[in-house]
Design a binder for this molecule. Sequence first.
Ligand code: S3P
Length: 433
Amino acid sequence: MDKIITGNKPLRGEITVPGDKSISHRAVMIGSLARGETAIEGFLEAADPLSTLHCIEALGVETRRSENVCTIFGKGIRGYRAPSRALDAGNSGTTMRLLSGILVGQSFESEITGDAYLRRRPMKRIIEPLKLMGGNISGTKEFTAPLKVLPSKQLRGIEYEMPVPSAQVKSAVLLAGLFAEGETHVVESHQSRDHTERMLGLPVSKKNGKKNISVSGGKELQARNFYIPGDPSSAAFFVVAALITPHSDVVIKNIGVNPTRVGFLHLLQEMGGRISIENQREVGGEPIGDIHVRNSSLISNCILAGEIIPTIIDEIPVLSVAAAFANGSFEVKGARELRYKECDRISAVCRNLSLAGIDVEEHDDGFAFEAKNFLLSSSRKPSIRFQSFNDHRIAMAFGVAGAAMKGTSMVENAECVDISYPSFWTTLQSLTN
Ligand code: S3P
């Protein structure tokens, strides 16, 4: 479906966004390994976390869903049974990578696959450390899915220094560590999102500026309930939309403001964004707050590189849209990882910015452009048809551009937002009524 957007209408009101995707995946997986009942309040009912839920059901774990609460009836750390067919991770890299960490610890054979997009994404990054732990896991000769897992005698704890900052790789190793003999250590020099270590209550220390997370194998997990805050990566679309659309004033309630996730808020504040985090509190080990955003004139003199990248990795497409509506220059460097997301996000962002008339330079590990706020001042005829590349975050980021621009624009294949935010278009529309 093409989504047609009539832009430049003030966005005003108070909204919530659906539950955090990263935390939803982890709550289901951790609950499935614990003994007893895990109630997950605010579970994200979107395609990606549902892929995780269906995988753990195929592994013999019972679940129940009622409005807003998903309950997992875990049977303990050894409670899975062999699946009768290949596990399907759909479009979800988090499902495939994290679950692989659990599958290598099982005493049965399994296979995990996904849709055509996921089957193109790199899996060597998890295959390598899981093999170092003694896991018997392999992919195609290009190290992509389907992944085959055979039982291995006994996993062993390792010390693994992360070659790329990735919370998915870190989490796969830590989850495998639950089944390993001895201790497993993951060492990170660039901090990536820390939900796994928080939710498992793992010890974390710092040495020479690096973070060391450890997990001891062979212990039972105690079932506990999880509260899932609103996803900051989903809130980011409305934060940017309200900043760049004239006369907007929006409050987004109950959002996770974990410091490993809100780099984008600080950056937008530095660009002159009128953003405040109100009513800050901690629920179930995660900080949450309400985000209040008002339309602002943004100045961008940004070079984004280094350790900020993992903390804004999912927000770079929508930050690029913010920068396209600012005055100044914007450059992303050292972010090759973006090429391995749900689509090649470097080329997708460059393509859509060019469609909007921005002269953008594409680099191997990023992109750069100058913007003079001109997107706001003119209406484009014929209207722009942004491409989603079947990637939810690209569709939403350029939906936000459309909502701010004068005139109408379109986002093709707009239903791909179902991966993380099925009601995105309705909520965007509701703010202009
Ligand atoms: C995620 C980690 C990130 C992110 C993805 C979700 C997670 O991937 O892009 O959307 O839940 O751990 P990497 O850590 O591989 O960069």
